[in-house]
Design a protein around this ligand. Sequence first.
Ligand code: ADP
Ligand code: MG
Length: 481
Amino acid sequence: MNSDHKMVGVLVMTTHELWQAVLGELELSLSKANFTTWFKSTFVAEIGASDACIGVPNLFTKAWLEKKYHKEILQSLQNLTDERVRTVSYRVEARPTGVQIIDSIDPAPLTSTITTHQEANEIPPFATESVRIPSFESGEFTLNGKYTFSSFIVGKQNELAHAAAQAVSGNPGGVYNPLFLYGGVGLGKTHLLQAVGNELLRKNPTIKVLYVTSERFTNDYIQAVRSGKTQDFKNRYRNIDLLLVDDIQFIAGKESTQEEFFHTFNHLYQSNKQIVLTSDRPPKAIQQVEHRLVSRFECGMLADVGNPDYETRVAILESKCRDKNYPLDRDVMHHLATIVQSNVRELEGALNKIIAFHQFKNTLPSLESVKPILSSFNTQSQKKSVTPKILISTVAVYFDVAIEDLLGKSREKRLAFPRQIVMYLMREELKSSYPSIGNELGGRDHTTAMHAYEKICNCLSQDEKLQHDMELIKQRLYTAA
Ligand code: ADP
Ligand code: MG
Protein backbone atom coordinates (compact mmCIF):
# COMPACT_ATOMS: atom_id res chain seq x y z
CA MET A 1 0.00 0.00 0.00
CA ASN A 2 1.11 3.49 -0.68
CA SER A 3 -0.01 6.67 0.92
CA ASP A 4 0.88 9.07 -1.86
CA HIS A 5 -0.51 9.75 -5.30
CA LYS A 6 -2.14 6.68 -6.75
CA MET A 7 -4.15 5.60 -9.69
CA VAL A 8 -7.47 4.83 -8.19
CA GLY A 9 -9.53 2.64 -10.46
CA VAL A 10 -9.81 4.25 -13.82
CA LEU A 11 -9.58 7.68 -12.30
CA VAL A 12 -6.30 9.40 -12.08
CA MET A 13 -6.72 11.12 -8.78
CA THR A 14 -4.49 11.79 -5.89
CA THR A 15 -5.69 10.22 -2.67
CA HIS A 16 -6.16 13.74 -1.43
CA GLU A 17 -8.46 14.56 -4.34
CA LEU A 18 -10.32 11.34 -3.84
CA TRP A 19 -10.95 12.13 -0.19
CA GLN A 20 -12.00 15.67 -1.08
CA ALA A 21 -14.56 14.21 -3.44
CA VAL A 22 -15.83 11.83 -0.76
CA LEU A 23 -16.12 14.73 1.67
CA GLY A 24 -17.92 16.76 -0.94
CA GLU A 25 -20.57 14.05 -1.15
CA LEU A 26 -20.83 13.58 2.59
CA GLU A 27 -21.13 17.28 3.23
CA LEU A 28 -24.33 17.40 1.22
CA SER A 29 -26.15 15.03 3.52
CA LEU A 30 -24.79 16.16 6.90
CA SER A 31 -25.35 19.13 9.10
CA LYS A 32 -22.50 21.57 9.29
CA ALA A 33 -21.91 20.61 12.91
CA ASN A 34 -21.63 16.93 12.18
CA PHE A 35 -19.53 17.45 9.14
CA THR A 36 -17.02 19.74 10.80
CA THR A 37 -16.87 17.67 13.94
CA TRP A 38 -16.25 14.33 12.38
CA PHE A 39 -14.48 15.03 9.16
CA LYS A 40 -12.19 17.86 10.02
CA SER A 41 -8.62 16.53 10.14
CA THR A 42 -9.45 13.28 8.34
CA PHE A 43 -7.47 12.13 5.31
CA VAL A 44 -6.67 9.01 3.36
CA ALA A 45 -3.82 7.37 5.24
CA GLU A 46 -3.33 4.48 2.85
CA ILE A 47 -5.01 3.09 -0.19
CA GLY A 48 -4.53 -0.31 -1.75
CA ALA A 49 -6.03 -2.29 -4.61
CA SER A 50 -9.30 -2.83 -2.77
CA ASP A 51 -8.95 -1.25 0.63
CA ALA A 52 -8.63 2.21 2.04
CA CYS A 53 -7.53 3.35 5.44
CA ILE A 54 -8.71 6.70 6.73
CA GLY A 55 -6.56 8.66 9.13
CA VAL A 56 -8.48 10.28 11.99
CA PRO A 57 -7.30 12.58 14.77
CA ASN A 58 -8.36 10.47 17.76
CA LEU A 59 -10.04 7.31 19.01
CA PHE A 60 -13.24 9.15 19.64
CA THR A 61 -13.60 10.13 15.97
CA LYS A 62 -12.56 6.63 14.94
CA ALA A 63 -15.31 5.04 16.97
CA TRP A 64 -17.85 7.53 15.74
CA LEU A 65 -17.02 7.11 12.05
CA GLU A 66 -17.09 3.34 12.42
CA LYS A 67 -20.41 3.42 14.17
CA LYS A 68 -22.22 6.19 12.36
CA TYR A 69 -20.76 7.00 9.00
CA HIS A 70 -19.06 3.85 7.84
CA LYS A 71 -21.77 2.96 5.35
CA GLU A 72 -21.81 6.38 3.73
CA ILE A 73 -18.03 6.59 3.56
CA LEU A 74 -17.71 3.17 1.98
CA GLN A 75 -20.54 3.87 -0.43
CA SER A 76 -19.03 7.11 -1.53
CA LEU A 77 -15.55 5.62 -1.94
CA GLN A 78 -17.03 2.81 -4.02
CA ASN A 79 -18.90 5.23 -6.23
CA LEU A 80 -15.83 7.28 -6.83
CA THR A 81 -13.48 4.37 -7.52
CA ASP A 82 -15.72 2.36 -9.73
CA GLU A 83 -16.37 -0.17 -6.96
CA ARG A 84 -12.70 -0.93 -6.51
CA VAL A 85 -12.53 0.00 -2.89
CA ARG A 86 -14.26 -2.77 -0.99
CA THR A 87 -13.21 -2.24 2.58
CA VAL A 88 -12.50 0.81 4.67
CA SER A 89 -10.76 0.98 7.99
CA TYR A 90 -9.82 3.85 10.27
CA ARG A 91 -6.77 4.55 12.32
CA VAL A 92 -5.59 7.30 14.57
CA GLU A 93 -2.87 9.24 12.85
CA ALA A 94 -1.75 12.82 12.69
CA ARG A 95 -2.45 14.42 9.36
CA PRO A 96 0.78 14.64 7.40
CA THR A 97 1.94 18.19 6.96
CA GLY A 98 1.03 19.60 3.62
CA VAL A 99 -2.38 18.02 3.66
CA GLN A 100 -4.94 20.75 3.84
CA ILE A 101 -7.41 21.08 6.64
CA ILE A 102 -10.68 19.90 5.28
CA ASP A 103 -13.29 22.41 6.06
CA SER A 104 -14.43 25.69 4.81
CA ILE A 105 -13.51 27.52 7.97
CA ASP A 106 -10.53 29.68 7.59
CA PRO A 107 -9.92 31.46 10.85
CA ALA A 108 -7.15 33.97 10.98
CA PRO A 109 -4.14 32.37 12.64
CA LEU A 110 -4.48 32.68 16.38
CA THR A 111 -0.88 33.63 16.91
CA SER A 112 -0.97 36.71 14.74
CA THR A 113 -3.93 38.12 16.58
CA ILE A 114 -2.68 37.45 20.07
CA THR A 115 0.66 39.04 19.42
CA THR A 116 -0.99 42.23 18.30
CA HIS A 117 -2.76 42.26 21.63
CA GLN A 118 -0.14 44.01 23.66
CA GLU A 119 -1.56 43.15 27.02
CA ALA A 120 -1.19 39.45 26.44
CA ASN A 121 2.28 39.43 27.95
CA GLU A 122 1.31 41.49 30.92
CA ILE A 123 -0.90 38.83 32.42
CA PRO A 124 0.74 37.24 35.43
CA PRO A 125 0.87 33.48 35.09
CA PHE A 126 -0.62 32.93 38.53
CA ALA A 127 -3.17 34.84 40.48
CA THR A 128 -1.69 37.36 42.82
CA GLU A 129 -3.10 37.61 46.30
CA SER A 130 -5.09 40.70 45.54
CA VAL A 131 -7.00 38.94 42.79
CA ARG A 132 -10.45 37.88 43.72
CA ILE A 133 -10.96 34.30 42.64
CA PRO A 134 -14.60 33.55 41.95
CA SER A 135 -15.84 31.31 44.64
CA PHE A 136 -18.42 28.62 44.16
CA GLU A 137 -19.60 28.95 47.73
CA SER A 138 -20.60 32.55 47.19
CA GLY A 139 -23.23 31.34 44.76
CA GLU A 140 -21.79 33.72 42.26
CA PHE A 141 -20.62 31.28 39.68
CA THR A 142 -22.26 28.19 40.97
CA LEU A 143 -22.24 24.94 39.14
CA ASN A 144 -25.36 22.96 39.82
CA GLY A 145 -24.19 19.66 41.26
CA LYS A 146 -27.18 17.91 39.71
CA TYR A 147 -26.02 18.62 36.19
CA THR A 148 -23.79 15.62 35.68
CA PHE A 149 -23.25 13.14 32.89
CA SER A 150 -24.86 10.41 34.92
CA SER A 151 -28.10 12.36 35.23
CA PHE A 152 -28.16 13.14 31.51
CA ILE A 153 -30.23 10.84 29.33
CA VAL A 154 -28.75 10.23 25.91
CA GLY A 155 -30.98 9.92 22.87
CA LYS A 156 -30.47 10.24 19.15
CA GLN A 157 -30.94 14.02 19.24
CA ASN A 158 -28.30 14.79 21.83
CA GLU A 159 -25.78 11.99 21.43
CA LEU A 160 -23.38 14.12 19.46
CA ALA A 161 -23.37 16.90 22.02
CA HIS A 162 -23.13 14.40 24.87
CA ALA A 163 -20.25 12.49 23.29
CA ALA A 164 -18.48 15.75 22.55
CA ALA A 165 -18.87 17.01 26.10
CA GLN A 166 -17.55 13.71 27.42
CA ALA A 167 -14.61 13.79 25.07
CA VAL A 168 -13.76 17.26 26.30
CA SER A 169 -13.94 16.10 29.90
CA GLY A 170 -11.54 13.29 29.02
CA ASN A 171 -9.07 15.58 27.31
CA PRO A 172 -9.63 19.23 28.18
CA GLY A 173 -7.79 21.75 26.04
CA GLY A 174 -7.23 19.10 23.38
CA VAL A 175 -8.55 18.84 19.84
CA TYR A 176 -12.06 19.92 20.71
CA ASN A 177 -11.35 23.40 21.86
CA PRO A 178 -13.61 25.26 22.03
CA LEU A 179 -16.64 23.03 22.27
CA PHE A 180 -19.65 24.92 21.00
CA LEU A 181 -23.03 23.42 21.90
CA TYR A 182 -26.12 24.82 20.28
CA GLY A 183 -29.84 24.15 20.04
CA GLY A 184 -33.24 25.37 21.15
CA VAL A 185 -34.35 26.23 24.66
CA GLY A 186 -34.70 23.65 27.40
CA LEU A 187 -32.85 20.89 25.58
CA GLY A 188 -29.99 20.32 27.98
CA LYS A 189 -27.24 22.67 26.82
CA THR A 190 -26.64 24.17 30.25
CA HIS A 191 -26.84 20.71 31.76
CA LEU A 192 -24.08 19.41 29.47
CA LEU A 193 -21.98 22.53 29.85
CA GLN A 194 -22.02 22.19 33.60
CA ALA A 195 -21.53 18.44 33.42
CA VAL A 196 -18.14 19.14 31.86
CA GLY A 197 -17.30 21.37 34.83
CA ASN A 198 -18.62 18.94 37.41
CA GLU A 199 -16.80 16.03 35.82
CA LEU A 200 -13.45 17.81 35.66
CA LEU A 201 -13.84 19.00 39.24
CA ARG A 202 -14.66 15.49 40.33
CA LYS A 203 -11.45 14.24 38.77
CA ASN A 204 -9.40 17.11 40.08
CA PRO A 205 -10.97 19.27 42.78
CA THR A 206 -8.18 21.82 42.59
CA ILE A 207 -8.77 22.98 39.03
CA LYS A 208 -10.32 26.37 38.50
CA VAL A 209 -13.60 26.24 36.71
CA LEU A 210 -15.47 29.37 35.83
CA TYR A 211 -19.11 29.19 34.80
CA VAL A 212 -20.81 32.37 33.58
CA THR A 213 -23.62 33.39 31.33
CA SER A 214 -22.54 35.77 28.62
CA GLU A 215 -24.67 38.42 30.30
CA ARG A 216 -22.71 37.94 33.46
CA PHE A 217 -19.49 38.27 31.53
CA THR A 218 -20.82 41.49 29.97
CA ASN A 219 -21.90 42.98 33.29
CA ASP A 220 -18.63 42.04 34.96
CA TYR A 221 -16.72 43.70 32.20
CA ILE A 222 -18.81 46.87 32.30
CA GLN A 223 -18.36 47.04 36.07
CA ALA A 224 -14.64 46.52 35.75
CA VAL A 225 -14.32 49.31 33.21
CA ARG A 226 -16.44 51.64 35.32
CA SER A 227 -14.45 51.04 38.45
CA GLY A 228 -11.11 51.08 36.66
CA LYS A 229 -10.44 47.45 37.59
CA THR A 230 -10.00 45.89 34.20
CA GLN A 231 -6.78 44.23 35.31
CA ASP A 232 -8.65 42.41 38.04
CA PHE A 233 -11.20 41.38 35.49
CA LYS A 234 -8.53 40.00 33.19
CA ASN A 235 -6.87 38.12 36.01
CA ARG A 236 -10.12 36.61 37.08
CA TYR A 237 -11.12 35.42 33.63
CA ARG A 238 -7.75 34.37 32.39
CA ASN A 239 -6.31 32.60 35.36
CA ILE A 240 -8.56 29.57 35.13
CA ASP A 241 -8.44 26.08 33.69
CA LEU A 242 -11.91 25.78 32.29
CA LEU A 243 -14.21 28.53 31.05
CA LEU A 244 -17.88 27.70 30.62
CA VAL A 245 -19.94 30.43 28.97
CA ASP A 246 -23.66 29.89 28.74
CA ASP A 247 -25.85 31.52 26.08
CA ILE A 248 -23.06 33.25 24.24
CA GLN A 249 -25.58 34.58 21.68
CA PHE A 250 -26.34 37.46 24.05
CA ILE A 251 -22.94 38.89 23.32
CA ALA A 252 -24.36 39.97 19.95
CA GLY A 253 -24.16 43.70 19.30
CA LYS A 254 -21.96 44.38 22.32
CA GLU A 255 -18.79 45.47 20.69
CA SER A 256 -16.39 46.16 23.52
CA THR A 257 -17.51 43.04 25.36
CA GLN A 258 -16.83 41.06 22.23
CA GLU A 259 -13.41 42.60 21.99
CA GLU A 260 -12.64 41.64 25.57
CA PHE A 261 -14.07 38.18 25.11
CA PHE A 262 -11.95 37.69 22.04
CA HIS A 263 -8.79 38.37 24.03
CA THR A 264 -9.94 36.25 26.95
CA PHE A 265 -10.63 33.46 24.51
CA ASN A 266 -7.26 33.74 22.82
CA HIS A 267 -5.43 33.86 26.09
CA LEU A 268 -7.07 30.68 27.37
CA TYR A 269 -6.88 28.93 24.04
CA GLN A 270 -3.20 29.61 23.72
CA SER A 271 -2.57 28.22 27.17
CA ASN A 272 -4.48 25.08 26.17
CA LYS A 273 -7.27 25.82 28.58
CA GLN A 274 -10.61 24.38 27.61
CA ILE A 275 -13.49 26.64 26.64
CA VAL A 276 -17.08 25.43 26.31
CA LEU A 277 -19.81 27.66 24.95
CA THR A 278 -23.53 27.26 24.46
CA SER A 279 -25.86 29.15 22.18
CA ASP A 280 -29.37 28.90 20.86
CA ARG A 281 -28.04 28.82 17.31
CA PRO A 282 -24.88 27.93 15.39
CA PRO A 283 -22.06 30.52 15.38
CA LYS A 284 -22.68 31.77 11.86
CA ALA A 285 -26.33 32.43 12.63
CA ILE A 286 -25.54 34.77 15.53
CA GLN A 287 -25.88 38.15 13.97
CA GLN A 288 -23.84 41.15 15.02
CA VAL A 289 -20.93 39.14 16.24
CA GLU A 290 -17.55 39.93 14.79
CA HIS A 291 -16.32 37.56 12.15
CA ARG A 292 -13.11 36.79 14.03
CA LEU A 293 -15.13 35.61 17.02
CA VAL A 294 -17.40 33.46 14.87
CA SER A 295 -14.37 31.75 13.41
CA ARG A 296 -12.96 31.16 16.89
CA PHE A 297 -16.25 29.57 17.89
CA GLU A 298 -16.09 27.30 14.90
CA CYS A 299 -12.48 26.27 15.14
CA GLY A 300 -12.96 23.45 17.66
CA MET A 301 -16.05 21.36 17.71
CA LEU A 302 -19.65 22.24 16.98
CA ALA A 303 -22.36 19.99 18.32
CA ASP A 304 -26.10 20.43 18.17
CA VAL A 305 -28.80 19.31 20.58
CA GLY A 306 -32.23 18.59 19.22
CA ASN A 307 -35.63 17.88 20.65
CA PRO A 308 -35.77 14.43 22.26
CA ASP A 309 -38.02 11.85 20.64
CA TYR A 310 -40.76 10.00 22.49
CA GLU A 311 -38.53 7.19 23.78
CA THR A 312 -35.99 9.63 25.13
CA ARG A 313 -38.73 11.66 26.79
CA VAL A 314 -39.96 8.54 28.57
CA ALA A 315 -36.41 7.68 29.62
CA ILE A 316 -35.93 11.20 30.98
CA LEU A 317 -39.14 10.96 32.99
CA GLU A 318 -38.13 7.58 34.36
CA SER A 319 -34.80 8.94 35.42
CA LYS A 320 -36.27 12.06 37.06
CA CYS A 321 -38.83 9.96 38.96
CA ARG A 322 -36.08 7.64 40.11
CA ASP A 323 -34.05 10.60 41.35
CA LYS A 324 -37.01 11.99 43.22
CA ASN A 325 -37.96 8.55 44.42
CA TYR A 326 -41.47 9.19 43.17
CA PRO A 327 -43.49 6.25 41.87
CA LEU A 328 -45.26 7.38 38.71
CA ASP A 329 -47.64 5.01 37.00
CA ARG A 330 -46.33 3.84 33.60
CA ASP A 331 -49.44 4.91 31.73
CA VAL A 332 -49.30 8.36 33.24
CA MET A 333 -45.63 8.63 32.36
CA HIS A 334 -46.26 7.64 28.75
CA HIS A 335 -49.18 10.03 28.56
CA LEU A 336 -47.00 12.83 29.87
CA ALA A 337 -44.32 12.04 27.29
CA THR A 338 -46.94 12.15 24.54
CA ILE A 339 -48.46 15.45 25.59
CA VAL A 340 -45.36 17.49 26.41
CA GLN A 341 -43.20 17.47 23.31
CA SER A 342 -41.76 20.94 23.27
CA ASN A 343 -38.60 20.51 25.32
CA VAL A 344 -37.10 18.85 28.36
CA ARG A 345 -37.52 21.83 30.63
CA GLU A 346 -41.26 21.84 30.07
CA LEU A 347 -41.39 18.09 30.44
CA GLU A 348 -39.67 18.38 33.79
CA GLY A 349 -41.92 21.30 34.73
CA ALA A 350 -45.02 19.25 33.95
CA LEU A 351 -43.71 16.36 36.02
CA ASN A 352 -42.96 18.65 38.96
CA LYS A 353 -46.42 20.15 38.74
CA ILE A 354 -48.00 16.72 38.79
CA ILE A 355 -45.93 15.64 41.77
CA ALA A 356 -46.61 18.83 43.75
CA PHE A 357 -50.33 18.71 43.06
CA HIS A 358 -50.70 15.08 44.11
CA GLN A 359 -48.46 15.34 47.13
CA PHE A 360 -50.57 18.21 48.31
CA LYS A 361 -53.72 16.16 47.86
CA ASN A 362 -52.03 13.08 49.20
CA THR A 363 -53.13 10.96 46.24
CA LEU A 364 -51.33 9.21 43.40
CA PRO A 365 -51.49 10.56 39.85
CA SER A 366 -53.83 8.82 37.42
CA LEU A 367 -54.60 9.44 33.75
CA GLU A 368 -57.76 11.23 34.86
CA SER A 369 -56.22 13.37 37.58
CA VAL A 370 -53.32 14.69 35.46
CA LYS A 371 -55.55 15.87 32.62
CA PRO A 372 -56.29 19.37 33.94
CA ILE A 373 -52.63 19.86 34.87
CA LEU A 374 -51.46 18.90 31.40
CA SER A 375 -54.00 20.91 29.46
CA SER A 376 -51.73 23.93 29.24
CA PHE A 377 -48.89 21.79 27.88
CA ASN A 378 -51.01 20.27 25.18
CA THR A 379 -49.19 20.78 21.90
CA GLN A 380 -52.47 21.03 20.06
CA SER A 381 -53.42 24.05 22.12
CA GLN A 382 -49.93 25.47 21.61
CA LYS A 383 -50.37 24.97 17.90
CA LYS A 384 -53.64 26.84 17.92
CA SER A 385 -51.83 30.00 18.98
CA VAL A 386 -49.54 29.90 15.95
CA THR A 387 -51.03 31.91 13.11
CA PRO A 388 -49.91 31.99 9.47
CA LYS A 389 -48.55 35.50 10.13
CA ILE A 390 -46.38 34.30 12.99
CA LEU A 391 -45.21 31.40 10.88
CA ILE A 392 -44.27 33.58 7.93
CA SER A 393 -42.37 36.05 10.06
CA THR A 394 -40.56 33.28 11.96
CA VAL A 395 -39.32 31.73 8.72
CA ALA A 396 -38.43 35.14 7.30
CA VAL A 397 -36.32 35.96 10.35
CA TYR A 398 -34.72 32.53 10.33
CA PHE A 399 -33.59 32.88 6.72
CA ASP A 400 -32.95 36.57 7.06
CA VAL A 401 -35.26 37.64 4.21
CA ALA A 402 -37.93 40.35 4.13
CA ILE A 403 -41.55 39.29 4.54
CA GLU A 404 -42.60 41.25 1.42
CA ASP A 405 -39.99 39.38 -0.60
CA LEU A 406 -41.12 36.07 0.81
CA LEU A 407 -44.67 36.80 -0.28
CA GLY A 408 -43.58 38.44 -3.52
CA LYS A 409 -43.15 37.15 -7.02
CA SER A 410 -39.39 36.66 -7.25
CA ARG A 411 -38.27 33.08 -7.81
CA GLU A 412 -34.74 33.67 -6.63
CA LYS A 413 -33.53 30.62 -4.73
CA ARG A 414 -32.79 32.53 -1.54
CA LEU A 415 -36.54 33.39 -1.46
CA ALA A 416 -38.10 30.37 -3.16
CA PHE A 417 -36.72 27.91 -0.66
CA PRO A 418 -37.87 29.68 2.53
CA ARG A 419 -41.21 30.20 0.80
CA GLN A 420 -41.53 26.46 0.25
CA ILE A 421 -40.64 25.92 3.89
CA VAL A 422 -43.46 28.26 4.90
CA MET A 423 -45.88 26.30 2.76
CA TYR A 424 -44.68 23.01 4.17
CA LEU A 425 -45.02 24.23 7.75
CA MET A 426 -48.49 25.66 7.16
CA ARG A 427 -49.62 22.28 5.95
CA GLU A 428 -47.76 20.22 8.51
CA GLU A 429 -48.15 22.33 11.62
CA LEU A 430 -51.29 24.40 11.01
CA LYS A 431 -53.09 21.81 8.90
CA SER A 432 -54.10 24.56 6.47
CA SER A 433 -55.70 23.63 3.15
CA TYR A 434 -53.59 24.03 0.00
CA PRO A 435 -55.77 26.81 -1.43
CA SER A 436 -55.55 28.79 1.79
CA ILE A 437 -51.77 28.30 1.89
CA GLY A 438 -51.59 29.67 -1.65
CA ASN A 439 -53.68 32.59 -0.55
CA GLU A 440 -51.56 33.44 2.47
CA LEU A 441 -48.48 33.43 0.29
CA GLY A 442 -49.41 36.32 -1.92
CA GLY A 443 -52.21 34.63 -3.87
CA ARG A 444 -50.41 31.63 -5.31
CA ASP A 445 -52.11 28.65 -6.88
CA HIS A 446 -52.94 25.66 -4.69
CA THR A 447 -50.84 23.39 -6.92
CA THR A 448 -47.78 25.47 -6.03
CA ALA A 449 -48.45 24.80 -2.35
CA MET A 450 -48.90 21.09 -3.02
CA HIS A 451 -45.68 20.94 -4.96
CA ALA A 452 -43.80 22.81 -2.24
CA TYR A 453 -45.12 20.50 0.47
CA GLU A 454 -44.08 17.40 -1.43
CA LYS A 455 -40.71 18.79 -2.31
CA ILE A 456 -39.85 19.68 1.27
CA CYS A 457 -41.11 16.29 2.54
CA ASN A 458 -38.81 14.70 0.06
CA CYS A 459 -35.81 16.84 0.97
CA LEU A 460 -36.41 16.24 4.66
CA SER A 461 -36.12 12.51 4.28
CA GLN A 462 -32.59 12.86 2.92
CA ASP A 463 -31.17 16.09 4.18
CA GLU A 464 -29.92 16.12 7.73
CA LYS A 465 -29.17 19.81 7.64
CA LEU A 466 -32.69 20.65 6.58
CA GLN A 467 -34.08 18.44 9.34
CA HIS A 468 -32.05 20.42 11.75
CA ASP A 469 -33.15 23.78 10.35
CA MET A 470 -36.73 22.63 10.58
CA GLU A 471 -36.28 21.68 14.23
CA LEU A 472 -34.89 25.10 15.03
CA ILE A 473 -37.64 26.88 13.14
CA LYS A 474 -40.32 24.90 14.99
CA GLN A 475 -38.66 25.64 18.28
CA ARG A 476 -38.78 29.34 17.54
CA LEU A 477 -42.31 29.08 16.28
CA TYR A 478 -43.68 27.61 19.47
CA THR A 479 -41.68 29.79 21.75
CA ALA A 480 -42.76 32.87 19.76
CA ALA A 481 -46.47 31.96 19.77
P1 ADP B 1 -30.97 24.63 27.87
O1 ADP B 1 -29.73 25.15 28.50
O2 ADP B 1 -30.70 23.90 26.58
O3 ADP B 1 -32.03 25.65 27.71
P2 ADP B 1 -31.12 23.05 30.28
O4 ADP B 1 -29.77 22.43 30.25
O5 ADP B 1 -31.35 24.16 31.22
O6 ADP B 1 -31.55 23.50 28.80
O7 ADP B 1 -32.19 21.90 30.52
C1 ADP B 1 -33.48 22.13 31.04
C2 ADP B 1 -33.80 21.06 32.06
O8 ADP B 1 -33.97 19.83 31.39
C3 ADP B 1 -32.71 20.87 33.09
O9 ADP B 1 -33.28 20.64 34.33
C4 ADP B 1 -31.97 19.64 32.60
O10 ADP B 1 -31.44 18.90 33.68
C5 ADP B 1 -33.07 18.86 31.93
N1 ADP B 1 -32.57 18.06 30.80
C6 ADP B 1 -32.40 18.46 29.53
N2 ADP B 1 -31.97 17.47 28.76
C7 ADP B 1 -31.85 16.40 29.57
C8 ADP B 1 -31.46 15.04 29.35
N3 ADP B 1 -31.11 14.60 28.14
N4 ADP B 1 -31.47 14.21 30.41
C9 ADP B 1 -31.85 14.64 31.62
N5 ADP B 1 -32.25 15.88 31.89
C10 ADP B 1 -32.25 16.77 30.86
MG1 MG C 1 -29.36 27.09 29.16
